[in-house]
Design a protein around this ligand. Structure first.
Ligand SMILES: Cc1cc2nc3c(=O)[nH]c(=O)nc-3n(C[C@H](O)[C@H](O)[C@H](O)COP(=O)(O)OP(=O)(O)OC[C@H]3O[C@@H](n4cnc5c(N)ncnc54)[C@H](O)[C@@H]3O)c2cc1C
Length: 323
């Protein structure tokens, strides 16, 4: 069996989890295996939708002890379910929770772990994973020596594929509690916009923005095209009041949107490490020699303070937009 850990948000399966499930279905078909989805929390309401993405069985660990995320509690649920159901592959989306829980589950299982993968295949009944290495400069194909194989899938890379599965619901035991760590409070952002790592369109600004207040120009463009705003480390570190959660790059978020618009960003290797997986890259920079142009699908050599408002005006005129 291939088991996929799925996260729910307000009763809906999160998109990165649905992508991991879709990929799990494809791999299960290739290897003649069953696909299981595993949910954990105070309630699994909404988990039945996993059948839409091909789950044969939907496991649910429901209980008060899992009402808040706990690294060791959730890892225990995953490891126990893998063992009880004889799963050989465990997948999770490379979200904040997935990146936290999957390696812990792998450690409990003595399993090999591949993080943030961008390609998966079943070869001779074993999992093979492709992962970006050296800050995205190269790709490594990883195979596993262990019987159980664990991987996290990078959001926005694996296509969503709806394919009906049997979706049989089965309860699994929730741990009693007494975990070493539990999330006590979540301070949600007021914006209600999607997280950068899940965004389909990102408009990012760098040191060329000159000031935090000028990020309003990027907000306007992002609003017009249904995107969210990101930043380079130089912009975040400049003391312009931009939070670290906006930072894209090696020490920020790894993003893989369909469209990434880099405004006043030179294209340092550490920035590229976080956004080279974008499907289309547009660079706006006044320096024609800026390294970002080597990576960009479309380059605009010009002053961003002239170009960005023009793009916004055109987008508003065309009425394009939701993310
Ligand atoms: C260990 C380590 C980790 C790092 N992690 C990250 C990371 O996670 N993310 C990250 O981004 N960086 C990271 N960095 C920093 C990285 O090396 C660069 O310093 C940084 O990415 C540069 O940001 P920038 O492109 O905004 O600024 P700059 O390199 O200063 O580029 C600014 C660009 O703006 C252009 N510009 C200026 N004015 C205008 C205008 N009016 N119109 C159009 N263009 C204009 C300029 O031509 C220039 O190309 C890291 C560095 C280290 C050592």
């Amino acid at each position: 069996m291939i088991l996929v850990f799925c996260e729910l948000k307000e009763g809906t399966i999160r998109k990165p989890s649905a992508e991991a499930l879709s990929e799990g279905r494809r791999l299960a078909d290739a290897a003649g295996l069953k696909l299981g989805a595993i949910f954990a929390g105070a309630s699994c309401a909404g988990s039945a939708d996993a059948a839409k993405y091909g789950a044969d069985v939907i496991y649910c660990a429901e209980g008060a002890s899992l009402a808040s995320y706990s690294s060791d509690g959730f890892a225990q649920v995953l490891a126990d379910t893998v063992q009880a159901k004889g799963a050989t592959v465990l997948l999770a989306a490379a979200t904040a929770v997935g990146k936290d829980v999957a390696p812990r589950a792998a450690a409990r299982l003595g399993a090999g772990y591949a993080s943030d993968v961008t390609g998966l295949a079943m070869v001779g009944g074993k999992l093979q994973a492709v992962r970006p290495v050296y800050a995205g400069k190269a790709f490594a194909t990883t195979s596993f020596a262990s019987a159980v194989q664990v991987a996290t899938t990078r959001p926005n890379v694996f296509p969503l594929a709806e394919k009906a599965g049997a979706g049989a619901a089965e309860a699994v035991a929730a741990p009693a509690g007494g975990f070493k760590s539990v999330v006590k409070e979540i301070l949600a952002k007021a914006s209600g916009k999607v997280d950068l790592s899940e965004a389909n369109i990102i408009v990012s600004g760098g040191r060329g923005m000159k000031d935090g207040a000028n990020f309003g120009l990027l907000e306007a463009l992002a609003d017009a095209i249904g995107g969210v705003v990101g930043a380079s480390r130089a912009a975040v570190d400049a003391g312009w009041g931009l939070p670290h959660s906006m930072q894209v790059g090696q020490t920020g978020k790894v993003v893989s949107p369909t469209l990434y618009i880099a405004c006043g960003i030179s294209g340092a290797i550490q920035h590229i490490a976080g956004m080279s997986g974008s499907k289309f890259i547009v660079a706006i920079n006044k320096d024609p020699e800026a390294p970002i142009f080597k990576l960009a699908d479309y380059g605009i050599v010009g002053d961003l303070f002239e170009v960005v408002p023009e793009l916004t005006k055109s987008a508003q005129g065309m009425g394009i937009g939701s993310n």
